[in-house]
Ligand binder design. Structure first.
Ligand code: ATP
Ligand SMILES: Nc1nc2c(ncn2[C@@H]2O[C@H](COP(=O)(O)O)[C@@H](O)[C@H]2O)c(=O)[nH]1
Length: 212
C-alpha cells in the first residue's frame, strides 16, 4: 500500500524500538503504525519457529538456521543477533531502498541489533520500552499465552541483561498505561519529523568544536 509520494529530497528516518520480551513493544508499534501509516515496518528474518497464527512474510521471514548463517556470510543483513536462542536479522536492501525514497522505517529489534544500527546509521532514533515492574512483565508474558513455560522463563531471565542497555537509547518509554505510552511514542516520531534527530545529537559538531 502506498501513502502518498515519498520525499525524495530527504532521507527517511530510521526508528529503532527495543524492549525486553513481553514489555509490549509489538502491541505499541502496531498501534503506532495505525496512527502513522506512512511509516514502513521492516519484517525481520528469524530461525524461531512460527507461533500459531504467525505468517511468513507478514510477521517474519522464517528461515532454517543453515540458510540464515549462509545469509549472514553473504552480508545481506544490516544487523543480526542471537536472541533467546534464535537468530534474528534485518535485511539491508529493503531498508536502504525505503530510506533513500524518503520513507521513514521502523525496526523492532533487540538491544544488540540496535547497537549495530547505531554504528552503521548514526542518525537513527532509538527508543527502549520498559515494563512498569518485573511482576507486570511476567504477567504480560504469561498472559500472552504464546510461548511454552520454559521459553517464558528464559525470556524473563534474559530481561535483566536487556534492561541493562536501556540507557544507550535516545528515549525510554514506560509502558504502564497503554494509551499514555502510545501517545509518547507518537510524540517522539512527530518531534523527530519536525526537528530532525534528537536535540543533543544535532549539536554534536558544535560541542566538539567548542571543546577542541
Ligand atoms: N500497557 C499494557 N498494559 C497491559 N498489557 C499490555 C500493555 N502493552 C502490551 N500489553 C500486553 O502484553 C503482552 C505482550 O505484548 P507484546 O507481544 O507486544 O510484547 P513484545 O515486547 O513485543 O514481546 P516480544 O519481544 O516477545 O515480541 C500482550 O498480551 C499485550 O497485549
Ligand atoms: N537483533 C534483532 N532482534 C530482533 C529482530 N526481530 C525481532 N527481534 C527481537 O527478538 C526478540 C524476540 O522476538 P519474538 O518475536 O521471538 O518474541 C524481541 O526482543 C525482538 O525485538 C531482528 O531483526 N534483529
Amino acid at each position: 500500500m502506498s501513502y502518498g509520494p515519498p520525499d525524495l529530497a530527504r532521507q527517511g528516518t530510521l526508528f529503532v524500538v527495543a524492549a525486553p520480551s513481553g514489555a509490549g513493544k509489538s502491541t505499541l508499534v502496531n498501534a503506532l503504525l495505525e496512527r502513522e501509516p506512512a511509516i514502513s515496518l521492516s519484517i525481520s528474518h528469524t530461525t524461531r519457529p512460527p507461533r500459531p497464527g504467525e505468517l511468513y512474510g507478514r510477521h517474519y521471514y522464517f528461515t532454517e538456521r543453515a540458510e540464515f548463517e549462509r545469509e549472514i556470510a553473504e552480508g545481506i543483513f544490516l544487523e543480526h543477533a542471537e536472541v533467546h536462542g534464535n537468530l534474528y536479522g534485518t535485511s539491508r536492501d529493503r531498508v536502504d531502498a525505503l530510506l533513500e525514497q524518503g520513507r521513514d522505517v521502523l525496526l523492532e529489534i533487540d538491544w544488540q541489533g540496535a547497537a549495530q544500527i547505531r554504528k552503521s546509521k548514526p542518525d537513527c532514533v532509538s527508543v527502549f520500552i520498559l515494563p512498569p515492574s518485573r511482576a507486570e512483565l511476567e504477567r504480560r508474558l504469561r498472559g500472552r499465552g504464546s510461548d511454552a513455560p520454559e521459553v517464558i522463563e528464559r525470556r524473563l531471565a534474559n530481561s535483566r541483561g536487556e534492561i541493562a542497555h536501556a540507557h544507550e537509547f535516545d528515549y525510554i518509554i514506560v509502558n504502564d498505561r497503554f494509551e499514555d505510552a502510545l501517545d509518547e511514542l507518537q510524540a517522539i516520531v512527530r518531534a523527530v519529523r519536525l526537528r530532525g534527530a534528537p536535540q543533543c545529537r544535532r549539536h554534536e559538531a558544535l560541542i566538539a568544536e567548542l571543546l577542541a
